[in-house]
Design a protein around this ligand. Structure first.
Ligand code: NA7
Length: 572
C-alpha cells in the first residue's frame, strides 16, 4: 500500500498517478466524505478520498456567492460525532456564512488529520465493478487507476450546477458566473449592471448583497419563491453555553426528529391548521415569522398534506410580502402562486423582499416574457433588451442524481447506473442500488437527505455504512447489495409516502422538474429522519434484511445456493 507522499504539490507540479488496491475509495471531500474517511480510518481500512476541488468543503467550497449562508442554524448544522469538537468550536452567528462553515470544515480536516488521504484536484470519472475480483475499479481525470473493495459516493445532493442552455451565452462580452462555481477571489460588482437569473435560495441570498454594490440589478424571475426571514444575529454566549451544556441531548432529539434539527414546538404543532380559529392561526404564524427560519412550516400538523391548510400559510406569507414591498405591482409579481408553501425548498433570507424597494433593483418577469437570447452586451427577453456587465446564474443544480450520473458507474454485467436510473433513481434506503455491490450512496435519492438537516443525515448514513462494512469484514463477507425486490418495495414506499403529501404538486428540483428531460419523480424520503433512522437500524440488526451478502468461495455456486438473501423488509 502506498502512503500519501504523492499528494497534491503546493507548487502546482503533478503528482504521480495512484495505482493501488485500497479497502475503500470515497468520492468527495465535503462534509460527508470527510466524516466517512474519519470513520473508515478508525476501522483500520486503507481509504483514499478523491476530490475535484483543491481543498475540502464540498458545497461550502463551491458556493462562494455573495450572501451564501446555511439555512439551518449553526448550532445544529455541525458535526455531532465528537464532543470535543462541538465543545471547542464557536459559531459566531445564528446562521453561519459560507466562509465560516468552510473554516469549520477545514478545522475538522486538520484536527483529525484527514488531508493526508485526500487526493485534491482529482475528479473520479469512472468506477466499474469487477465481478471476477469483487472489487471496484476506479479511474480519475488525473490518470489514477485504483481498485477498492468498497466505493462510497459522498458526491453531494446539490453539486452538479446547471447553466441553462440560453442561446448566445458564448457571445456575451461581459463576465458570467454560476452561484455554485463562484470565483475564489470574489467578484466586485461595484458600479456594474448585473443580471441575476433565478430566485431560489442562491438568488434570494445573493440579490440583496449584490444590490448593495452594483449600479443596477435586474432580477430575472421565472417562478417566485416563498421566503421567510432569517433574523440572523450574533449568537449570545450565554445561549451557546446552555446549548453546549446539553449538546448530547439536543443531538439525540435531532436524530429522532422529523427534520434532523429541533424546530421549536408549541401547542398547535400537532393540530390541523383549520381546527383552530383564524386568530389563533395568525398568532401562530406571526410568532414563527418573528422567530425566523423554517419553523413556519411546523406551525400546524397538516401544512405539508392539506392544500386548504397550506393555503392559510401561503396567504400569510403573501400578506407579508405585500407589506414589505412598497410597489404593489412588484409585490404582486413576487407572490408565489404556483406551488404550496414548503413544497419547493423554503428560502430563508436576510432582507430579500425589501431589496425590491431599492431604486437600483428591477424585477423582470420572465414567465410572461421569457429570455430569448443572451446578446453580446446583455440579454433580450420577448419584450425588452437589457444591457448588462455581468450575468449571475442562480439557476440551481441537477439535484440528487446529477453528480452520480456524471460518473460512469457500472455494476454487475457492466450495467450503467445512469441507464438503470433512466426513468428515475432506484435505491434501497437511498444508500445502495441492486446490481451495484459494495457501492454506498451517502444521502442518496430515497433517503431523507435534502428534506433534513444534511449534517444529521450525513452522520447517520456514514455511521450505518461504517457499521455495515465492519459487519462484512468481521464475517469475511465479500459483497453486499440490495435484492431487487427490496429495492422495488422501497421505491414504492418512498413514492407512496410522497403521494400523501403536497410535495409532488410542485415543479421543484426535488421532483427533477428544473432539468429539461429529467424524469419527474419525487426523490427524497418524506417519512422523516427519526422514522428512517429506526428502519435502517432494524434492517442492520436483522442481518441486513433486503440485502444479499456473498462470500468469494460461494461465487462458483449457482446464485440460488450461493447467496444469503434476507427477506424484503417492506413485504414482510
Ligand atoms: P434552485 O432552488 O433550483 O433555484 C434555481 C432558480 O433558477 C429557480 O428560481 C429557477 O426557476 C431558476 N431557473 C432555473 N433554470 C432557469 C432558466 N432556464 N431560466 C430562468 N430561470 C431558471 O437553486 P438554488 O441554487 O437557488 O438553491 C438550491 C438549494 O441549495 C436550495 O434549495 C437550498 O437547499 C440550498 P424555476 O423555479 O425552475 O422556475
Amino acid at each position: 500500500m502506498k502512503d500519501s507522499e504523492d499528494g497534491p504539490m503546493a507548487d502546482g507540479t503533478q503528482r504521480l498517478p495512484d495505482t493501488d488496491h485500497l479497502d475503500a475509495v470515497v468520492v468527495g471531500a465535503g462534509v460527508a466524505g470527510l466524516y466517512m474517511l474519519y470513520r473508515l480510518r478508525a476501522l483500520g481500512l486503507s481509504t483514499r478520498v478523491f476530490e475535484a476541488g483543491d481543498n475540502v468543503g464540498g458545497t461550502w467550497y463551491w458556493n462562494r456567492y455573495p450572501g451564501a449562508r446555511c439555512d439551518i442554524e449553526s448550532i445544529d448544522y455541525s458535526y455531532s460525532f465528537s464532543d470535543d469538537l462541538q465543545q471547542e468550536w464557536d459559531w459566531s452567528e445564528r446562521y453561519a456564512t459560507q466562509p465560516e462553515i468552510l473554516r469549520y470544515v477545514n478545522h475538522v480536516a486538520d484536527r483529525f488529520d484527514l488531508r493526508r488521504d485526500i487526493r485534491f484536484e482529482t475528479r473520479v470519472t469512472a468506477t466499474h465493478f469487477d465481478e471476477r475480483n469483487n472489487h471496484w475499479s476506479i479511474e480519475t481525470d488525473r490518470g489514477d487507476h485504483v481498485t477498492a473493495s468498497f466505493c462510497i459516493m459522498a458526491t453531494g445532493c446539490l453539486s452538479s450546477s446547471q447553466v441553462p442552455a440560453i442561446p448566445g451565452l458564448d457571445r456575451f462580452q461581459g463576465r458570467w458566473y454560476h452561484t455554485g462555481q463562484w470565483p475564489h477571489e470574489g467578484v466586485d460588482f461595484t458600479g456594474q449592471r448585473v443580471g441575476v437569473i433565478g430566485t431560489g435560495s442562491s438568488g434570494i441570498q445573493s440579490i440583496p448583497v449584490i444590490a448593495s454594490h452594483a449600479a443596477h440589478v435586474y432580477v430575472f424571475q421565472r417562478t417566485p419563491n416563498f421566503s421567510v426571514p432569517a433574523h440572523n444575529a450574533p449568537l449570545d454566549p450565554e445561549y451557546v453555553r446552555q446549548i453546549k451544556a446539553n449538546y448530547a441531548e439536543r443531538r439525540r432529539k435531532a436524530r429522532e426528529s422529523r427534520s434532523g434539527f429541533l424546530v421549536p414546538l408549541n401547542k398547535n404543532t400537532e393540530t390541523p391548521a383549520l381546527d383552530v380559529s383564524p386568530e389563533v392561526r395568525r398568532e401562530e404564524y406571526e410568532a414563527r415569522w418573528a422567530r425566523g427560519g423554517f419553523g413556519l412550516m411546523a406551525s400546524f400538523s397538516d401544512l405539508y398534506s392539506n392544500k386548504a391548510a397550506n393555503d392559510t400559510a401561503a396567504a400569510f406569507v403573501h400578506e407579508k410580502i405585500r407589506k414589505i414591498v412598497h410597489d404593489p405591482a412588484v409585490a404582486e409579481k413576487l407572490l408565489p402562486r404556483d406551488h404550496p408553501v414548503g413544497t419547493k425548498r423554503l428560502c430563508v433570507d436576510s432582507g430579500y423582499y425589501a431589496t425590491y424597494n431599492r431604486d437600483n433593483v428591477t424585477l423582470v418577469d420572465i414567465r410572461s416574457a421569457p429570455i430569448e437570447e443572451i446578446t453580446p452586451d446583455g440579454l433580450r427577453t420577448r419584450d425588452s433588451a437589457y444591457t448588462l456587465d455581468s450575468i449571475v446564474f442562480a439557476t440551481g443544480f441537477d439535484a440528487m442524481t446529477g453528480a452520480l450520473n456524471r460518473i460512469d458507474i457500472r455494476g454487475r454485467g457492466g450495467e450503467a447506473l445512469r441507464e438503470k436510473w433512466v426513468a428515475g433513481p432506484r435505491t434501497y434506503l437511498g444508500i445502495a442500488s441492486a446490481g451495484f455491490p459494495n457501492l454506498f450512496l451517502i444521502t442518496g435519492p430515497g433517503s431523507p437527505s435534502v428534506l433534513s438537516n444534511m449534517m444529521t443525515s450525513i452522520e447517520q448514513h456514514v455511521e450505518w455504512t461504517t457499521e455495515c462494512i465492519d459487519y462484512l469484514r468481521e464475517r469475511r463477507i465479500d459483497t453486499i447489495e440490495p435484492t431487487l425486490e427490496a429495492e422495488d418495495d422501497w421505491v414504492d414506499h418512498v413514492n407512496d409516502l410522497a403521494q400523501e403529501t403536497l410535495y409532488p404538486t410542485a415543479g421543484s428540483w426535488y421532483m427533477g422538474a428544473n432539468i429539461p428531460g429529467k424524469p419527474r419523480i419525487f426523490m427524497p424520503y418524506v417519512g422523516g429522519v427519526g422514522t428512517y433512522r429506526k428502519r435502517c437500524a432494524e434492517i442492520a440488526a436483522n442481518g441486513y434484511e433486503g440485502f444479499v451478502l456473498t462470500t468469494m468461495s460461494e461465487r462458483e455456486l449457482p446464485a440460488s445456493e450461493s447467496t444469503m438473501a434476507a427477506p424484503s423488509p417492506l413485504s414482510s
